[in-house]
Design a protein around this ligand. Sequence first.
Ligand code: ARG
Length: 580
Amino acid sequence: MKEQLEQLLAAAVAELQAQGTLPAELSPRIQLDRPRDKSHGDFATNLALMLAKPAGTNPRALAEALIAALPENSLVAEATIAGPGFINFVISQDQLLQQLEAAYQDAHVGVANAEQSQRIVIDYSSPNLAKEMHVGHLRSAIIGDAVARVCEFLGHTVIRQNHVGDWGTQFGMLLAHMEELEGSELAMELSNLETFYKAAKKRFDESPEFANRARELVVALQSGDAKCLQLWQQFIDVSLSHCQEVYDRLGVKLTRDDVMAESAYNDDLPQVVEDLRSQGLLVEDQGAQCVFLDEFKNKEGEALPVIVQKSGGGYLYATTDLAAVRYRQNQLKGDHLMYFVDQRQGLHFQQIFTLAKKAGFAREDLQMDHYGFGTVMGKDGRPYKSRDGGVTKLADLLDQAEARALALVQEKNTGLSAEEQAQVAKVVGISSVKYADLSKNRTSDYIFDWDTMLSFEGNTAPYLLYAYTRVMSVFNKAGVQPDAISGTFVLQDEREQALANLLVRFNEVVHTVANKAMPHFLCGYLFELAGAFSSFYEACPILQAEDEALQQSRLKLAALTAKTLRQGLELLGIETLDKM
Ligand code: ARG
């Protein structure tokens, strides 16, 4: 509805331009807001306030002209001018009923495809493989996966890229440690990468011979020594299967095929540097090859360097990312490159995007965006740590989530078998962790707190999962299938009306999530929807409804609520339960 109303307003602006009331060169951004107070209508716009000055008239007069210039339509029931010149719109009830019916019938729950289907390359998760995944890796995997699902749902082609860090000096130390261990012992040690890394680091810090060997091995590895490559490959395989286990448990849709590791770009790196040189962009600074971009300056006002080759000849993180941009554009044919990476890498990505365009690695119209996120904090207000003060392995964290959820489920004792309880605990535990992350504004830090995330009250996964089972129980009791209800929507009670108003907003919310790469809008919406259902359910009897027509309509409202909740949660990567 929002899009349709925007189109109507755009047509009104064009009409006023044709009439000469508005200057022809204006192309205003039309913004529609949802008034908090329903008595102000369904939508409001400040368009007249924005355009009054360039039009040389007063806002209220312009608002009047805009309303008069709206094309004939069946969407707007009423348009009124408020305050200094806001326009408030009330949407027609007929339209609302039509859209409810369409959403009820539609496999996509009334969500329209994006206007233009794009090829979107999404870089997410992308951990370093030297260590096991830890809590710091949660956000990229969870948020990136949700946005990928939403983009696919809107008809885009999504290409997932797991840009894992599998190259670099730490691997020397790990290979040296592998060399020292024999067959079965090695396999054992590798089964816990966290302790393996620590043991190797300890040897490195304590023994100068070991440290020397580690350095030799890095050189050997980078020059393609077969023995080293084979050991390295063995390590990478183990590390990647740890990652895959975590993705599978989390319901993150990444597979081994999505892995495009840093090392995959190795052969292209000399060419990247050569191309920068031939364009006259390279400057040698203390032996290193750099590009200085005027767009990025330090406090003293000096341009900051992007280092692409070290004095010893080695390449860097930035060099690989430049190669990756080129690959994503040319081989993967991406129209839009999205990166879900910690906020602290913001400058790095702005430099890469700017340089990639300057060097012609990226077309002028290639869209590249870094979507940063804040840190996962402990209750003490510092980055989240395990009880022993170390980083928490993601696998352990998920074990804990499931165990805590199981205790809750057992405590609730809702008559589930032990097997069912275990299944419910799995879903509740994992989705609580995911939802806690998704429901916060991506750009802020958030506090990781078991009690709030596992609570059955508030904007949490348990609350929504439970709300879903409650809606579904209506159909069990009625003995009907939610997708096989006859009759039409009738909105009598204000709670029915409020629920209906929310249900038809799903389309708009899903598009916002894709446009802003911000899943918390969907979480907030689903939470509100569950609340609206709850009020409706308490006030409006379904099975005891006054007559058959009303009963059918209410069942249909419940069915559309269930469908919207299920689809919404699925887009967030959260599976629903039929009972809990
Ligand atoms: N491996 C990096 C890290 O852990 C993140 C990589 C993000 N993706 C990229 N194309 N740079 O910090």
